[in-house]
Design a protein. Structure first.
Length: 303
């Protein structure tokens, strides 16, 4: 039994005048209560209780200690109540970074619902494809697609996003429509690279249960998702990206899906925050809200 529990037990014994009734009130064995008080008296080197066959009363030292315990426990209850209030009504500035597409198409269109639920939180949202330095830049969390590589960050899965390979009708009229993955050797892609490096990402397809990569050539490289789509619309090459991003373009025929018989691997999406930082109530409620938002849009992510 820890010190806090011992103080609770001691005050209940004084108030009820009985070891048995106090033990029953706290749902512990009578022997445990007796042993805990003996340990408390030994630690304080002071007799706290006078025991008779009928009654238990505090000694003079025990009465003084009881009054201090009541004050300490009252302060602790008040502190816990205030923290519970903060947890249920979080306040302060929350700094979040996410890709512009997720901001404009998923998160911000529903952000008024978050504000209605948590009116004490002020949001600062930045957008980009670079992996920000959360600690140095004071960002609380980031939303990123792909598999996290930074082991110093905690990753909470949000969703798995179906992907699609597509191109404009003008591109397909010029270079032909690939009917099999082997046909990709004669095609070009709009190349996408991370802002912090020069490496671009190959097309990936699931073939016989295995993910295979195809590094295509191309004359256009971008590092922004909106520019990626714009280049595909202008006939610059094949692209592969989450389907939700180009739903309208696929519906109206401005982009055409190819190689649908060989599915693209789903793209995981996570929210990341520093592993050494205590998760504040405002970050926690925002992550919970995000998970519900993305689960409504995509398949739930695996734990």
């Amino acid at each position: 039994m820890d010190r806090f529990e011992s103080l609770q037990l001691f005050t209940r014994i004084v108030e009820l005048g009985s070891f048995s009734r106090a033990a029953m009130a706290l749902d512990i064995p009578r022997a445990t209560a007796t042993h805990a008080i003996k340990e408390l008296e030994a630690r304080l080197a002071t007799r706290l209780l006078e025991r008779t066959t009928r009654h238990v009363r505090p000694t003079l030292d025990g009465q003084a200690f009881y009054e201090r315990c009541v004050h300490v426990l009252s302060e602790l209850d008040e502190a816990e109540s205030s923290l519970r209030h903060v947890a249920s009504n979080p306040r302060g500035v929350l700094r979040v970074d996410m890709h512009g597409t997720h901001a404009t198409r998923i998160v911000l269109p529903s952000i008024d619902g978050f504000r209605d639920r948590y009116p004490g939180i002020d949001l600062v949202v930045s957008s980009g494809d670079r992996l920000v330095d959360l600690v140095r830049e004071g960002v609380d969390c980031v939303i990123r697609a792909g598999r996290p590589r930074d082991s110093s960050l905690v990753a909470r899965p949000l969703a798995v996003m179906p992907q699609v390979v597509c191109a404009s009708p003008a591109y397909l009229a010029r270079f032909g429509t690939p009917r099999h993955p082997d046909d990709l050797a004669g095609h070009q892609a709009v190349r996408f690279f991370a802002s912090q490096g020069t490496a671009d990402y190959p097309l990936e397809l699931v073939i016989d249960g295995q993910v295979r990569s195809y590094a295509l050539g191309g004359w256009m490289s971008v590092n922004d998702a909106e520019n990626y789509v714009t280049c595909a619309l202008r006939g610059c090459g094949l692209i592969q990206l989450p389907r939700f991003h180009v739903l309208d373009e696929l519906r109206d025929g401005r982009l055409v899906e190819v190689l649908a018989e060989w599915p693209s691997p789903d793209l995981p999406l996570s929210v990341l925050y520093p592993s050494h930082r205590q998760l504040s109530p405002r970050v926690r409620v925002f992550i919970d809200w995000l998970r519900a938002l993305y689960e409504d849009r995509f398949a739930p992510a695996a734990p």
